[in-house]
Design a protein around this ligand. Structure first.
Ligand code: BYC
Length: 321
């Protein structure tokens, strides 16, 4: 490109040519800010997302189910860590990001502000919540920021295992006794609408989408992803004999997609404003874990200082012949 082009223009051409932006590259301030916002929210979602499921680890119905759930929750801790690391490459410290979560400044996914009332909720979360997360995250494997896109590749592989874990629980319950099937249907009824809200506001009400699509941070819009998820999930529900709780859900041969009912956006905006059923409980649990972990952070810092002081000075080091 000619020298008359601004840094912004060159950056735009760079991402449009499907290059990956790396931490040391020049980037517009807005690009950096958007990524810190999105990646840190994503990291917080993984970490807060452990809480509703952790509620059932001690009550899983078999040793096998307990082991699988434990592994899934551990994966989510790992996803949080990769994502905090990816966000740190943009120049924001993990302490700052965690302060923003605990003070209520940073958001995390709306979905984790709903309670997990029965074992079937572990099925519904894995099937629907991880299913929705995969739909969103497969596109993020192609996001323009290198560290985020690479973290997503591994995360998506693990999310596929999570989705199957959930679907298997739902399938088992749906094939079980009348009461077990009713429990699965009840969980589906409660998690369906919050799951489709996970994709965010509709495109005409999504303030960040246009710029994020232009910068190739987002590769598909909120509504496109929501539709893909719904289209894929209808057949999965039919296969296990459960009913999605939407009387307006109907195949539309003209569009080649399912039409669906009105989303309760008031509920969504209330939840992301901090007024969902479990927002206060979730943040209190994170605050408690943070406070109780203070001694671990202090010990790790003291150890790092001691190690740095002990490091031999290379100029005085002697080498064996
Ligand atoms: N919840 O302009 P928009 C998981 C906010 S966890 C809360 O469309 P954007 C898992 C949005 O932040 C998966 N807030 O925004 C873990 C913005 O507010 P701010 C989590 C939401 O960023 C454990 C405002 O609404 N996945 O897999 O272009 C167990 C306007 O929205 C939500 C990710 O985080 C929401 N649902 O698009 C099981 C994926 N939706 O920040 C599973 C990464 C919107 O301006 N994130 N908002 O104050 C993204 O892809 C995008 O950030 C979103 C939103 C699609 C979520």
């Amino acid at each position: 490109m000619g020298e008359t082009h601004s840094l912004e223009d060159r950056f735009q051409a760079f991402v449009e040519a499907e290059n990956k932006v790396e931490p040391k590259h020049w980037m517009p301030d807005g690009y950096r800010k958007t990524l810190v916002r999105q990646i840190s929210q994503h990291a917080h979602s993984e970490v807060v997302g452990m809480l509703p499921e952790a509620n059932w680890i001690s009550r899983a119905p078999s040793l096998r189910a307990k082991l699988i759930l434990l592994a899934k929750v551990q994966d989510e801790a790992g996803h949080g860590l990769y994502l905090y690391s990816a966000a740190e490459t943009l120049g924001t410290s993990r302490d700052q990001m965690i302060d923003d979560l605990l003070s209520g400044k940073a958001k995390y996914s709306s979905i984790f502000n709903y309670p997990t009332l029965t074992w079937a909720d572990m099925g519904a979360i894995g099937w629907l919540v991880d299913g929705a997360a995969i739909a969103n995250q497969v596109m993020l494997c192609r996001t323009s920021y290198g560290p985020y896109s690479r973290a997503m590749v591994r995360i998506c592989k693990e999310e596929s295992f999570h989705q199957r874990q959930g679907y298997e629980i739902m399938m088992t319950l749906a094939k079980g006794t009348k009461e077990q099937k009713a429990m699965a249907q009840d969980a589906l009824n409660r998690w369906w609408w919050p799951s489709i809200m996970m994709f965010g506001p509709s495109d005409d009400n999504s303030p960040n989408s246009a710029q994020s699509m232009k910068w190739r941070i987002k590769r598909k819009s909120n509504d496109e992803l929501r539709q893909e998820f719904i289209d894929k999930t209808v057949a999965q529900a039919e296969f296990i004999g459960l009913t999605l709780p939407d009387p307006d859900l109907k195949w539309n041969a003209e569009t080649g997609h399912y039409d669906f009912g009105e989303i309760d956006w008031t509920e969504f905006f209330e939840v992301i404003a901090g007024n969902g059923p479990c927002n206060a409980e979730r943040l209190a649990a994170r605050q408690k874990a943070h406070d109780e972990g203070a001694w671990v952070r202090d010990a790790a810092t003291a150890y790092a200082v001691k190690q740095a002081a002990r490091k031999p000075n290379p100029s005085t080091q002697t080498h064996a012949a």
